[in-house]
Design a protein around this ligand. Structure first.
Ligand SMILES: [Fe+2]
Ligand SMILES: [Fe+2]
Length: 469
């Protein structure tokens, strides 16, 4: 373990002079990017952060005050298992790949670049949020997510530099050149070009969009390309906190709204009490859920079949959940659009793996909805939140180019345009939510539109000074 090197790592970087030089050249560019595009206005503040200084249970979660530019961004892979094998696909049972299989070099580079691009993109999307934090606890969580997304970029850049030669180096440079939402050099995926300029957006983003990341990483954590699998396995441990921030963040907003709805009584308006109305929360959910579904790719996909066949990208919990790791038999029924109608189509299982992964994701989101709805019932309210149909507001796959209502019924483009404001955040919704965003930075205090968390971070109370301002 090389914890105190310039680039902390557990990949024996000092033994590989070529790679070390390449990464040391990339490092100052990364720091420039962080200073330019990282959290605005807090670079010199001390933040109570978790830093990975190793991959074992004690090492990866060290808590201390640190200024973000001094964060120890490192390269950490889950330790190798002896005799690792390809866990699925045509090469099932063969020794795991230690180098990139030649015929899949381009595809694999694309997967890594696309994943890598999302990491800095989200930091860029969130860079203004610190100025309007609802509490110091939330401010600290935002920064924790940000520095770890920075580390995830490092993880992908390590793979590009280490395994893809010259074009890997070029891709690593390009990851620092694209900018979220910039029309001339946008980030690769659309959800990562959407503005994330208020805290309800942030919680929805970490709930729904980071959760796509979890499922992509989990599928890659099964990979027969061992360095990728081990990288993703470690990233997942960090990702869990991001999902916690999102799920509990939306949950706390719902909880506060429920309290205010009860206080306002029948026919009352929570706006008058400074809360976020439930229908606005619902529209934010609709927006981020639908964009995040797109991230799984087309319902029917020859890429997904090729990646599985090659042993590069597996299913969610491939080893735990499945007995048949070849998956050449069996089919999957997908709903498709044909002549303006929804019809079932049976496709070979391997071609449906994007949809299979998306199904796992939807189940996970439903679990969170149940939890949030309990907050409404706890206050004696009948209103409930729900997930829109997976056909609603899609820009990728079978349903893109068509229009559906929130239940997934076909409608015309005109009807969609007419009713859009029922289902997606309107300019007015966004302005209202933004109007509530005033910074609360006194330890122990919290904004009125969100409930405090039941517990603090790492056993500390909510009142703890998580950021020294
Ligand atoms: Fe990430
Ligand atoms: Fe994340």
């Amino acid at each position: 373990m090389e914890l105190y090197e310039r680039i902390p790592n557990n990949v024996n970087l000092s033994q590989d002079k070529r790679l070390l030089r390449a990464l040391e050249k990339w490092l100052p560019n990364y720091l420039d990017w962080w200073r330019e595009m990282g959290p605005e206005g807090f670079q010199d503040k001390e933040v109570y952060l978790r830093t990975a200084v190793g991959v074992d249970a004690e090492g990866w979660a060290n808590f201390d005050y640190v200024k973000m530019p001094d964060y120890r961004w490192g390269i950490f892979l889950k330790p190798a298992e002896a005799d690792a094998r390809v866990g699925f696909g045509d090469n099932y049972g063969m020794p795991a790949y230690q180098e990139v299989p030649g015929e899949f070099r381009n595809a694999l580079r694309r997967i890594i670049v696309t994943q890598g691009d999302t990491e800095p993109a989200s930091v860029e999307q969130q860079r203004e949020l610190g100025k309007t934090c609802p509490s110091l606890y939330d401010l600290r969580n935002l920064f924790q997510v940000n520095v770890e997304e920075g580390r995830h970029l490092w993880a992908m850049v390590y793979l590009l530099h280490g395994y893809f030669g010259r074009d890997g180096r070029d891709e690593a440079d390009a990851l620092l050149e694209r900018r979220s939402g910039n029309p001339d050099k946008p980030r690769i995926l659309e959800a990562f070009n959407q503005p994330c300029d208020d805290w309800l957006n942030f919680y929805c983003f970490t709930m729904f969009t980071d959760r796509d990341g979890k499922y992509q990483l989990a599928a890659l954590a099964e990979s027969g390309f061992e360095p990728l699998a081990r990288t993703c396995q470690f990233m997942l441990t960090e990702e869990a906190h991001h999902l916690f921030v999102g799920e509990t963040g939306v949950g706390r907003v719902v909880k506060r709204t429920a309290q205010l709805m009860k206080e306002a009584g029948d026919g009352g308006d929570v706006r008058e009490l400074g809360g976020i109305p439930l229908d606005v929360i619902q529209r934010y959910i609709n927006f981020w859920f639908s964009y995040s579904l797109d991230l799984f790719g087309g319902e029917i996909s020859s890429n997904s079949a090729d990646f599985f066949a090659a042993g590069l990208k597996g299913r969610f919990k491939e080893q735990e959940q499945y007995e048949d790791h070849i998956a050449t038999e069996g089919s999957f029924t997908i709903t498709v659009v044909e002549d303006g109608k929804l019809v079932p189509r049976e496709v070979p299982l391997r071609n449906a793996l994007n949809e299979v992964l998306r199904g796992e994701y939807v189940k996970d989101c439903e679990r969170a909805m149940t939890r949030w709805n309990k907050y409404l019932r706890d206050e004696g309210l009948d209103a409930q939140l729900y997930l829109p149909s997976t056909r609603f507001h899609r820009h990728v796959g079978e349903f893109s180019g068509h229009h559906f209502d929130i239940q997934g019924n076909f409608i015309t483009k005109e009807e969609f345009e007419r009713r859009k404001a029922e289902w997606l955040p309107s300019m007015e919704d966004r302005e209202y939510v933004r109007s509530l965003m005033h910074p609360v930075t006194e330890p122990g205090k919290i904004a009125n539109w969100i409930a405090p968390p039941p517990a603090g971070i790492k056993g500390k109370p909510f009142e703890f000074e998580y950021v020294r301002l």
